[in-house]
Design a protein around this ligand. Structure first.
Ligand SMILES: [Zn+2]
Length: 61
């Protein structure tokens, strides 16, 4: 059975845990047209704009 060779320092342990939390954070950016949260490098689902150009036609009810 594998046994840890030495004690992991607090700094090393905390660095490892912080790296995990960064991986679980979803990438988010705000739309330049309406300001809603959207995925980066994707067309905004709220207004259909991307880089200031209307790509999709959003039908409002
Ligand atoms: Zn938008």
């Amino acid at each position: 059975m594998a046994v840890p060779k030495g004690k992991v320092s607090k700094a090393r342990r905390n660095t490892r845990r912080s790296a995990v939390s960064k991986l679980t954070m979803p990438a988010m950016s705000t739309c330049s047209n309406c300001g809603a949260y959207k995925a980066p490098h994707k067309v905004c689902k709220q207004c259909g704009y991307y880089k200031g150009v209307a790509v999709l036609k959003i039908e409002e009810e």
